[in-house]
Design a protein around this ligand. Structure first.
Ligand SMILES: [Zn+2]
Length: 316
């Protein structure tokens, strides 16, 4: 039953149900798919299924399932370091040594690699895969399986996540975002490539954007430098983090306007007004300016100085 919480991908789910019910689970899985395709969801469900003590795995109800799903199972270990692009080799070696220490309480000791592995990391992992402990489990997540060594790929059961149909996306998004307006919903579906996570991220960004975004759009569409300065003046006193979040919403608006100019559906009618008032060169320059302002805000420049500079740099 648990695999149902991953939408679509019926073949992948059916194969997993079959092998798990016959106790033929593999030690190594490769989960591939585009960003937003459900790789992390599937990894969590598969870890639960491998530890599950219930009948229909993952039952989502036994103690083992609950611990995995809440991220507190001591024998499900995520190997990653957000400070680096690829998993540092040191962490792979630690996992390699730790894998031969028996599980605390689970049937399996599972290592999840959600981050890309560099060549040294892949070679280190290959050593474990050559002689895995009987209780070991290794899940590799990637958006591009071609980046992995063929010898590594060939040892894994490959689970390929596919795009969803518009109808499936519409149903899932309607229940998650009941207040989303139809234009935003259809634009998110059409631009997501069929990947729920991408469509959700677009709708979430729109519903949570800072209230100043509409006034910003109006000032750009007018175009009215005084309105822009009036909008930015109170923002000079904001905390760094709030200013950075809001500037990112401004940048998303400009990017939406560029998307509209490229002929794609947009989530937001106010992006259309900006696109109508500004040419592509101006939009591109504004996006660059906002990116710089965001970098300044996240660096050492004070919010007052950033807002002052922005009012000057965006003047028209
Ligand atoms: Zn269970």
């Amino acid at each position: 039953m648990g695999f149902e919480s991953l939408l679509g991908n019926d073949q992948v789910k059916e194969n997993l149900r079959n092998t798990l019910s016959q106790d033929r689970a593999s030690h190594f899985y490769l989960i591939s798919g585009a960003p937003g395709s459900g790789r992390h969801t599937l990894a969590r469900l598969l870890c639960a299924a491998l530890q599950c003590q219930g009948e229909d795995k993952p039952c989502m109800a036994c103690q083992q399932c609950r611990k995995v799903l809440s991220g507190t199972h001591p024998d499900v270990i995520t190997v990653e370091d957000s400070q680096h692009v690829t998993v540092p080799i040191k962490l792979v070696r630690q996992a390699q040594a730790d894998a031969y220490v028996k599980p605390n309480e689970g049937k399996r000791k599972i290592y999840v690699f959600p981050q890309e592995l560099g060549l040294p990391g892949q070679n280190a992992l290959l050593k474990i895969l050559e002689e895995p402990p009987a209780y070991g489990g290794f899940l590799l997540l990637t958006d591009n399986p071609e980046k992995l060594l063929p010898t590594l790929r060939s040892r894994c059961v490959h689970l390929r996540l596919q795009a969803l149909k518009p109808l499936q996306l519409r149903q899932a998004l309607t229940s998650a975002f009941p207040k989303a307006d139809p234009q935003a919903m259809e634009a998110a579906i059409s631009r997501s490539g069929g990947y729920l996570g991408q469509a959700q991220a677009m709708l979430r960004a729109k519903s949570q954007r800072c209230p100043e975004t509409e006034a910003f759009a109006a000032a750009l569409a007018a175009p009215n430098p005084m309105a822009l300065l009036a909008l930015l003046a109170p923002m000079e006193k904001w905390k760094r983090e709030r200013l950075s979040d809001c500037l990112q919403d401004f940048l998303r608006l400009i990017q939406e306007a560029m998307v509209f100019r490229a002929g794609l559906p947009v989530l937001d009618p106010i992006a259309q007004t900006v696109a109508a008032a500004r040419n592509p060169g101006e939009l591109m320059a504004m996006a660059q300016t906002l990116k710089k302002a965001i970098a300044y805000t996240q660096g050492n420049v004070s919010p007052a100085a950033v807002c002052g500079w922005l009012g000057w740099a965006l003047r028209s």
